[in-house]
Design a protein around this ligand. Structure first.
Ligand code: HEM
Ligand code: HEM
Length: 193
C-alpha cells in the first residue's frame, strides 16, 4: 500500500529496539569482555616461567583482536542505520550521561585492543590468532613504543572496569528503580510492546 510522501505517516516507525545485528554484536562483545578481563588477571599473576603462560597471553590477545573486529563491524552497522532513541521517560540529564557513557565504552573498545597490539608488536611479540594464523604487524618493532602501549593498556584497564560497572549499574537502576525496560531494547523484548 503506498502512502502520501509528504504526510508524517510516510516516516518510518520509530523502533523501540536495537536491530538484530547490533544486538548480536553487543552481546558477543560483552561475552568477550567478560572472558578477556579474568584471563588478563590470571595471566598477569602467573609465574613468568610457567610453560602455559604464553598460551594464555595468546588467547587474551586473540579475544582482544576479535573485540576490535566486532567493534569495527558494529560502528559501521551503527552509523549506516538508526539506533532507537532513548525513551522520553528518561530525564534529559540521564540521557546525556548515557550518551557519554556509551561513547566512552566505544573509545575503550578501540583503545584497549589497539594499545595491546602496540604493546605486543612494539615489543616484537606477534599474535597467532587462536592458533590459526599470524596477525600482520602494522607498527614497527620499537621497545619505547611497546612500553607506551603497555602503560596506556594498563591505565585504561581501570577506566574499562569503571565504565562496565557504571553501565551495568545504570541498566539495573533503569530496570528496577525507574521501571524503564532498557534491557528489552538490547534483547529484542521491547519490540513486542
Ligand atoms: C578490549 C580488549 C582488551 C582488554 C579489555 C584487555 C584488558 C587487559 C587487562 C585488564 C590487562 C591486565 C592489566 C595489565 O597488566 O596491563 C591486560 C594485559 C595485557 N594485554 Fe590486554 N586487553 C585487551 C586487548 C588486548 C590485545 C588485542 C592485546 C594484544 C594484541 C593485548 C595484550 C596484552 C598484554 C601483552 C598484556 C600484559 C601486559 C604486560 O604485561 O605488559 N590485550 N589486558
Ligand atoms: C551484563 C552486561 C551488560 C548489560 C546488561 C548491558 C546492557 C545494555 C543495554 C540494555 C543497552 C542499551 C541501552 C539503551 O537503552 O540504549 C546497552 C548499550 C550499550 N552497551 Fe551494554 N550491557 C552489558 C555489557 C556491556 C559491555 C561489557 C560493553 C562494552 C565494554 C557494553 C557496551 C555497550 C555500548 C557501547 C552500548 C551503546 C550501544 C549503542 O547505542 O550503540 N555493554 N547495553
Amino acid at each position: 500500500m503506498s502512502r502520501p510522501s509528504h504526510s508524517i505517516s510516510a516516516l518510518p516507525p520509530t523502533s523501540l529496539v536495537y536491530s538484530f545485528g547490533l544486538r548480536v554484536l553487543h552481546w558477543l562483545t560483552a561475552l568477550c569482555m567478560f572472558v578477556i578481563i579474568p584471563v588478563a588477571w590470571y595471566m598477569t599473576t602467573m609465574d613468568r616461567h610457567d610453560p602455559t603462560r604464553g598460551s594464555w597471553v595468546n588467547f587474551h590477545k586473540s579475544i582482544g583482536l576479535t573485540i576490535l573486529l566486532l567493534t569495527l563491524i558494529r560502528v559501521f552497522t551503527r552509523l549506516s542505520g538508526t539506533a532507537p532513541p532513548l525513551p522520553q521517560s528518561i530525564p534529559a540529564f540521564e540521557q546525556t550521561l548515557a550518551h557519554i557513557g556509551h561513547g566512552l565504552l566505544y573509545v575503550i573498545l578501540f583503545a584497549m585492543p589497539i594499545s595491546g597490539y602496540i604493546n605486543s608488536y612494539g615489543g616484537g611479540h606477534p599474535v597467532n590468532w587462536f592458533w590459526l594464523f599470524q596477525v600482520p604487524a602494522v607498527v614497527p618493532q620499537d621497545k619505547a613504543l611497546g612500553h607506551l602501549g603497555s602503560r596506556i593498556h594498563y591505565w585504561l584497564a581501570f577506566l574499562t572496569y569503571a565504565l562496565i560497572a557504571g553501565h551495568v549499574l545504570a541498566v539495573v537502576y533503569h530496570q528496577l528503580i525507574q521501571r524503564v525496560d532498557v534491557l528489552g531494547r538490547m534483547t529484542g523484548r521491547a519490540a513486542k510492546r
